[in-house]
Design a protein around this ligand. Sequence first.
Ligand code: ADP
Length: 620
Amino acid sequence: MSDVDKTSLRDELYNYLKADDRTLEFLLERVLDGVWYTDVREPRREWLSRGYKALFGYAEDEIDDFGEWWRRNMFPEDVQRADDDVRMALADPDHKYQHVVRFRHKDGHTVWVHCRGHVVRDAEGRPLRLLGCHIDVTRLMELEQIDRFGTIVEHCVSGIYLIDAETLKFVQANGGARQQLGYSMAELAELTPIDVSGIGSRQELMDRLAPLRDGKIPFVTFETTHIRKDGSTYPVEVHCEWLDTSPRPVFLTFVSDLSEMKRRENELAASREFNQIILDSVSDGIATLAPLESDGRVVDFTIIAVNHAMRRQFHLHETPFVGARLSEIMPGIAAPDLLQRLAEVASDGNAFAAEIGPGGATSDWHLVRANRTPFGALFITCINITAAKQRELSLRQSNEALKRFSAIVSHDLQAPLRHIGLFAEMLEAKLTGADDETRFMTGRIRDNTRRLQRMISGLLDYTTVAYAEIQRESVDLGGVVADVMKLLEGDIAAKQASIVVDPLPTVRGDRDLLARLFQNLIANALKYASDAPPRIVIGAKRPDGNWIISVADNGIGIDPRFGERIFDVFNRLHRDESRYPGMGIGLAICRQIVESHRGEIWVDSEFKPGARFCFSLPAD
Ligand code: ADP
């Protein structure tokens, strides 16, 4: 055919197009999937072909031609690209307007559209209209996705196999599979799973896969060993499904290499074993508990780990306890209130400690401490304190006995003593004419009786302090000394004593007992004065964790040889009662008070002239 003929056919078609709408209709409906025509100056004004609307599931009258329908139905991420393309096409006559964008179909699915456009310009080249056409490329895009998926499967590190359901030969194996086994696809095509795994026979393999073939179960999973081309092996997990594809059904099989997992499992088991050995070597009970919640509240605990000591303390030797519930396995420790408190620790994270007495799972006393770990589990330590509790009990019992004894002494001995004293005085009054010796003897009876009475009340005083329950509070020692000085002000004035009080600390202790301590020391400093007026200095220093308080005087002093003895009951260095009245109880009481405050008391043997008493008190 000549060029002249071709040209005439084209002209003919052009003429048809102009003369007969049906030809244009054919092009619009059958050749193109959609056509749109927009007024560039007023973009909301546009004409959309019937095919355009049908492509997105709409009838002719369902989409308004004035309203930029496309802008609302194109994927928002793609609108910008379309706008950019329009802008560039309008600005540059050589720009090729074309892009692939996504629209939302009326029924919700995605429609991929390849969109081309052409700018109609006036004689001066100014843009007037934009004519565009859509081609539906959804299927193409899906195929591309599938192709991409195929690439992903190929590169997947897990082994993926298709196994012929009849011959059991490998039909397909992805890159991961080939790499794991070390065979090429061509080599694998000649092999079956029996050649590359620990499955010993065709029968064994068929037995494993039979339930899939029958459709009884959707998949089978099992562990076995894979054998590489070079003969080395590795543990695997196999997941197998039946796939009824053409031309023949296959087993779709996923194989995961478990070597790394098994190695970690072994490592974990070894470290668990190691941890358990450490835990078991500790003599205190240790347990880790995971909280169990119901309706957002912790109601019980699962036991994660328990050491030997804990098992011994709660007689858990035979019981399988790890994974068990705390309330079932240790009904004693999990008494409702304790369980409640452990639940609080799990919820608010505040640690707690409590003494748990005999009952339930144990016959001993335990000090239980609970802390929440950063991972939300509870870490429990349990110390058997039965021995300490027993000591405490027997101490309390002997204290009680001593208290009773002191009460008896004070009441039952004081009364007959009073009588003896009274009768001695009466006898003395009657014996006015008696000889000196008789009067001397009755006088001794009277004096010794009085002395015995004072000794008994001194002893009573001592035992009262010795067994006093200490009320610990914050005590300002400066304030205490000021009070004591007020109490002794008569004595201080009578002796013309001067007292210097340096700054004193605040300590924790029993205010009354500490006042008693200062009272005894200051009274002694006044009592054991030399001929000069007493000068007393009270000071404090803190060389380490303890306060050292000192009470120094310029009195007669103490022979260092007796520095220890003076703290014993009834021990006196100065027996002249007319000059230094006393029973030898004061310092014994001082020692008792200081020791009950976890301190010590002593006489500073270096100090001269006079005496300096020092005592320590914990600073916290
Ligand atoms: P008391 O004063 O009733 O004898 P204390 O137990 O208070 O009993 O004192 C025991 C002894 O220690 C006193 O008898 C005295 O010999 C000696 N002593 C106590 N304080 C001083 C002091 N500041 N100076 C010298 N001697 C003292």
